[in-house]
Design a protein. Sequence first.
Length: 207
Amino acid sequence: MTKSTPTVPPNDLRRLDTPGASALAELMARFEDLQTALRCCERLVSELAAGDNEPDEVLIEAIWTTALLSYGRCFSADGAGPALTEGDVSATQSSEEALTWHRVLLQLRDHYADPSANPREKFLVGVTQNPDGTASGVAITSGRQPLVDELTVRQTGAIAFGLSSLVNDRITARQEQVFGEVRESPKAALDKLARLEVAQPDEAEPS
């Protein structure tokens, strides 16, 4: 996002290292995370509606985990810019249950990101007994968590979509603010800033 024509890359690009620029970059990162969560939800709906075919459990878990981690990062206060809040969720959702579901999503994020616990299955060990009550062996049992369902995915996608619009508006406002801070900067001052590489469009091949 620059003040240049969108289809034409700028001739020169200099790095801004100001609080406003850092906050803008953080907003862009949050927007990208929300878009990732949305794309994951779209893919999950498609995978879960595969008809008679059994869903690929590994694929479902991988996509769902990515969606949860991406969504949860938007509410982390560790970045340079302000994190999203429960107030933002309430402001973008008409359903009273949305805030409750948001909290559930953060709990699920912690569950799937737990480095010490298996998120999909819990194992228990028991001793088997002979008819006379003496030990005859050891058995391992497990309780497997069900796959995420389509309703859960759609609810998650609805919240992520609303937050994406909110963050996009904040990006636009912050971009104008940052540009206002450098609009009148002299060339000499801008030339001292570190240069950023700009990808140039491929030259058209001769016909």
